[in-house]
Design a protein around this ligand. Structure first.
Ligand SMILES: [Zn+2]
Length: 146
């Protein structure tokens, strides 16, 4: 509930008061730092994941509700756009330079694609969740004061 003035409801007990309290006790963190470390976007301490790619329901440190976060297909798209050109370029270069048999390409590139994708997917998902939190994205459920 907003009082309509510029006091941001600090003394009225409105939603903004709780938001200011949260902001004051948790200063803004780098989205990339918290994301790459797979930590909570608010406190930077609690674990973001409960499993390999499953987002925890709440932060184990600050109890931020993470259930509404949804990064969708975003992390997979970024991983495809990074791993795909690298592997394609390297495979073309190897083919032009050495012309190896197809089985050697399979041995080289299938584990590279799988390993690179699994390695990058988790931090990219964490970075996107942190960006959603920072910008109060609608799908994440962090819409700020109402
Ligand atoms: Zn937290």
């Amino acid at each position: 509930m907003s009082c309509g003035c510029s006091c941001l409801c600090v003394f009225t007990g409105g939603e903004a008061e709780r938001d200011i309290g949260v902001t004051a006790s948790y200063p803004p963190l780098s989205t990339f730092s918290t994301g790459l470390r797979c930590r909570c976007p608010r406190c930077g301490v609690g674990k973001l994941f409960d499993g390999y790619l499953t987002i925890a329901a709440t932060c184990s440190h600050c109890e931020l509700d993470l259930a509404a976060t949804d990064s969708g297909d975003g992390p997979a798209i970024f991983v495809i756009f990074i791993v795909g050109p690298i592997v394609t370029g390297m495979a073309l270069w190897i083919e032009m330079k050495f012309s190896p048999p197809i089985w050697l390409h399979m041995i080289l590139w299938l584990p590279t694609i799988l390993g690179g994708s699994l390695w990058l997917l988790r931090p990219f998902k964490a970075v996107l969740v942190a960006i959603q939190y920072k910008h109060k994205a609608g799908e994440s459920g962090y819409n700020g004061p109402k």
